[in-house]
Write a protein that binds this ligand. Sequence first.
Ligand code: ADP
Ligand code: GLC
Length: 484
Amino acid sequence: MRKKVLFVASECVPFVKTGGLADVVGSLPKYFDTEKYEVRVIIPNYICISSAWKEKMNFVTSFYMDMAWRSQYVGILEMEYEGIRYYFIDNEYYFAGDRPYGYIHEDVEKFAFFSKAALSILPVVDYQPDIVHCHDWQTGLVPVFLKDSFHAGEFYAGMKSIMTIHNLKFQGIWNIPAIQDATGLDMSCFTSDKLEAFGDANYLKGGIVYSDHVTTVSRTYAEEIKTPFFGEHLDGLMRARANSLTGIVNGLDYGEWNPETDQKIRKNYSKETFRTDKVKNKTELQKELGLEADKKKMLIGIVSRLTDQKGFDLIDCVMDELCQDEIQIVVLGTGEERYENMFRHFEWKYSGKVAACIYYSDELSHKIYAACDAFLMPSRFEPCGLSQLMSLRYGTLPIVRETGGLKDTVEPYNEFAETGTGFGFTNYNAHEMLGAVRYAESIYYDKKRSWNKMVKRAMEADYSWKSSAKQYEELYENMLNAAI
Ligand code: ADP
Ligand code: GLC
């Protein structure tokens, strides 16, 4: 019999995306062995999901769910898309707004509702998963509700749960009285061995404590989060759960991200044709963004949420020095005002050399991955990172800080052995980063043959979901066997 798995998450490509979480939830389910596994996905039916998708959803049914002292409307919509069944939990009060996330005090209530609703709809839609696979803090209460009350019901009794940490920095923290009021959980759940951390309620901690297994999105990050620097105050808990903590690196949807077939880029290319064809994407992008038209100039790309996590203070520190070099920089991102304005400022100061696109555009992101020569990602920490995988796939060599998933996926260039797929630096230091960029420049300008060979190696590196989906299957298998 096929094993049933349920993904519960707050975002999912192609319906709604703010970061890599959506890419993972939208692609991993497609890569399981369909003879052994059936995977379905539950996400909220946000008002901000485009009407083109909403038109394709079918209304299943609705009911009222007890949530502490309230009774809340739960609508269920469903859609079959690329072989996967998706459920969308409907509640216009909670899922209004132009973005999935807003103020934390509202989000904690919203995702408490979502987590309980995700479990509550299962008998209604007649889907009884063997494993409930939860993603990030927004679903941290799912394992809590499951063990605390749902397990008592026959339908839920044997269900196992997994908590996948995509980013330990975001934990869903708010004061205990408000969370107790919103969730209806007994006060005995809010102790330091359960949901409480440093005096507050902490959703992700709840998920980590109550789930049967914990995973995160790269091996290196799985080790890093056991240390105080990366542990975001939960490193003790991560050490305590070390025996049930696995790091599985993310993959990429190779159907969606493929320079040979990508409809969003100017000129398709392969690992055979990139030498002549990739550059056409560069000249087109230079024209589109008002950069100086020069196909020989090394073009460095950045596509990112503009937050502290991504290392933009390093760029701020050495941007003036960097802009003296023979390079161009294109940035696509939104986030903290400080970094948005920083890039706007550099675009003004180095007009024709720096392009700052301070907005969200999936289409432009494809063009940037295809057009650039190198991709800069100097993250302070990086659980996995998908942007560098996209860059590798498009033969755009990543320059990364060697942390988390960046360390696991980008092999630094070794000019003696002629190995590697990108460039790395170790310490969180602006001039170390500048050194790595300048080293890349020297290879690009002075050793073009070596550069091109590296591009080929990057395009050949396999970061499809194939091997990572297998590792999740093995984990599911072990958990289910352990249960017998
Ligand atoms: P994170 O999840 O921490 O933001 P990842 O590297 O895992 O980092 O994933 C980021 C994803 O979001 C990538 O698919 C990247 O292309 C995309 N992305 C980030 N900012 C933008 C933007 N402004 N426009 C389009 N895509 C973006
Ligand atoms: C988080 C992390 C990122 C990771 C993504 C998907 O947003 O910041 O490193 O790739 O989740 O797992």
